[in-house]
Design a protein around this ligand. Structure first.
Ligand SMILES: Cc1cc2nc3c(=O)[nH]c(=O)nc-3n(C[C@H](O)[C@H](O)[C@H](O)COP(=O)(O)O)c2cc1C
Length: 581
């Protein structure tokens, strides 16, 4: 892969262009809150006394004593979700014109920190793309510490600049993972211990000049161990990547719907990251349960504009977990303004706050809820298995042997599909490869529904995909190209594609088990699955594109099977008019 990195230094020449940045102050919600330190000081003592007296009714006492967790107020997710649905009517009623003069700069640039260039001359892993995408975890307990070259490859193939296009208004730097509107609102931060060839610290990854910038020197992993309530992979990871989203970089175009995009656009990055980690034989795990404020403080984020969304543990070391956190100083490093002015969409901060976890105890409780979800999922699978008509068959593990890096480099969103069929084998290879467990030991939250337009060996129609058995269940047969076009926001792409994969999630039980944080997980998982489908399709030399959709119409189309579920994402697959290189 030598020489494949795009030299984007030219793009950095605008570093010191100063713009006045307008940003409204956070509005006050008018509620009076109990001062947290006072409450915390007394809470334990009072609760202890009451528990001794009423220990058999502990849960009632605790309910009375704890301030209601925002995460449990799931009406807030429904409010956000319903308010950001697309329908034919909502698109007409609320047109949005893009202010290109105010187009946000797609990079976070620290103006006063020197870059530490990352190595650009790594060899390819040689690992076949489909096996890297489909691997759910690296087995074994052996120690594995990444070298800087490994981290460089992971960062580059997840969020690096892979293509540049020049157009009348300027240049677009396309990245390794797809992103709504090519707005690239996610930043990656590395938190690591001393590595064989790299010093411990908290770093910001800058794709523009392919460098790391040091924000804090020393080993700060203990902050993340604390914030995740000692999640085991984080406690043993020599390196952790934290992904943070910047609202305005996406809301410039998508307004309040941006929080859904956070999940999708972070998810596609993680799909690439997991595939690369697997190709490098590095254990990696996506972790979403953490005390938000502690992680944001570590990165010194201005949380009215940028927030941590997910983290990934990389590698494994046995022995002591990192020391408990020290006091975190404010950093206040200046960064260049993104636009002349910014428009605030308070709904974004509201849903983020609603899905935030506030204490380690809440994180631990949240994580343990996953087993409740698993029991519910197991029951649902048992009930449904009887009704599945066998549409598929097992996947043959054959096909192109391009390494994962080549596939990531040639991936791009297909802009026009030929109305030509793909094979059933190709479709099932894409589906089985992409739906391997994302959460070790736990089922997916999203369900997959398909419109089949042209797949050799499969009648056109609407299908449900059974992840556990890799079977396609026919829901209704017919030519649904027009419906697919309509559901995908009246774009030609889903009408012309060979197959459209819709993700729908049963939000009621998800929110019941996981609270509002479950909404984040669901959107992120949809993005990860979509990102894997992109990669698997390109591994087979097919095309793919993510798409947005008319929410309730999607549910209605797949009902009664999909009744009560919410549409989360759509990916179209087929033969691109311009074959991928
Ligand atoms: C979640 C998601 C939704 C998308 N929705 C659309 C869409 O509705 N229409 C479209 O033409 N492209 C859509 N795209 C494709 C993006 O525009 C594309 O990823 C972006 O321009 C970057 O280009 P690339 O994927 O070729 O690297 C979507 C991509 C993602 C990840």
């Amino acid at each position: 892969m030598k020489g494949d990195f795009v030299d984007a230094r030219k793009h950095q020449s605008g570093y010191d262009e100063g713009h006045a940045c307008r940003f409204p102050a956070s509005p006050c919600d008018g509620k009076i809150k109990l001062p947290r330190p006072i409450f915390d000081a007394f809470k334990t003592q009072i609760a202890d006394v009451l528990l001794r007296v009423f220990h058999k009714r502990r849960f009632i006492i605790l309910d009375l004593m704890m301030p209601p967790s925002p995460n449990r107020d799931i009406a807030r997710t429904w409010k956000y979700h319903n308010a950001t649905k697309h329908s034919e009517w909502s698109i007409r009623a609320s047109p949005h014109y893009l202010d290109w003069q105010n187009h946000p700069f797609p990079f976070k640039i620290y103006t006063t920190i020197d870059p530490n260039p990352l190595p650009k001359d790594a060899d390819q892993t040689g690992i076949v793309a489909l096996s890297a995408i489909g691997a759910s975890s690296v087995p074994g307990d052996a120690e594995k510490v990444p070298a800087l070259g490994d981290l460089a490859r992971i960062l580059y193939f997840s969020a690096g600049i892979t293509k540049k296009k020049t157009y009348a208004g300027g240049e677009i730097y396309f990245r390794a993972a797809s992103c709504t509107g090519a707005l690239y609102e996610f930043e990656l931060y590395l938190v690591c211990n001393d590595l064989p060839d790299w010093k411990a610290g908290v770093y910001h990854f800058s794709p523009g000049d392919f460098a790391l910038r040091l924000l804090r020197a020393g080993d700060f992993r203990g902050v993340l161990v604390h914030a995740t309530a000692s999640e085991s992979s984080i406690a043993r990871a020599p390196a952790i990547i934290v992904c943070a989203g910047t609202y305005w970089r996406n809301s410039w175009k998508y307004r309040t719907r941006t929080y859904r995009h956070f999940g999708w656009d972070n998810g596609t990055i993680l799909a690439n990251m997991l595939a690369m980690a697997s190709a490098l034989r590095l254990p990696a795990k996506v972790v979403l349960g953490f005390v938000d404020s502690e992680v944001n403080a570590l990165l010194d984020l201005d949380t009215s504009r940028e927030v941590a969304f997910s983290m990934v543990s990389l590698g494994r070391i046995n022995g002591e977990s990192p020391a408990t956190p020290r006091e975190l100083s404010k950093l206040n490093f200046p960064t260049i303004p993104l636009s002349k002015s910014e428009i605030d969409y308070p709904g974004l901060r509201e849903i983020h706050e609603a899905s935030s976890l506030e204490t380690r105890e809440e994180v631990a409780e949240w994580r343990s809820a996953a087993s409740r979800w698993e029991r519910a999922a197991a029951r649902a699978t048992r009930v449904r298995q009887g009704d599945a008509s066998r549409g598929g068959g097992r996947v043959r593990d054959s096909g192109p042997t391009d390494p994962i890096e080549q596939v990531i480099l040639r991936r791009g969103s297909t802009r026009k599909f030929e109305r030509q069929p793909i094979t059933l084998d190709q479709l099932l290879t894409i589906l089985t490869t992409s739906t391997q467990p994302i959460w070790p030991g736990f089922s997916l939250l999203n369900n997959l529904y398909l419109i089949i337009n042209a797949v050799d060996g499969l009648a056109p129609g609407a299908y449900y995909y059974h992840v556990a058995t890799a079977d396609l269940e026919l829901l209704k047969s017919g030519n649904f190209r027009n419906e697919a076009r309509y559901l995908g926001l009246q774009q030609d792409l889903p009408g012309d594609a060979a197959a459209d994969v819709f993700f729908l999630a049963p939000l009621d039980p998800i929110l019941d088990v996981f609270g509002n944080r479950g909404y984040r997980v669901t959107q992120l998982e949809a993005g990860m699955l979509g990102g894997k489908i992109y990669l698997a399709a390109y591994a087979l030399r097919l095309g793919a594109t993510g798409l947005t959709f008319f929410d309730d119409d999607v549910t209605q189309f797949f009902s009664p099977h999909a009744a009560g579920k919410s549409a989360t994402f759509l990916v179209a697959i087929g033969k691109g008019r311009k074959p991928p290189q």
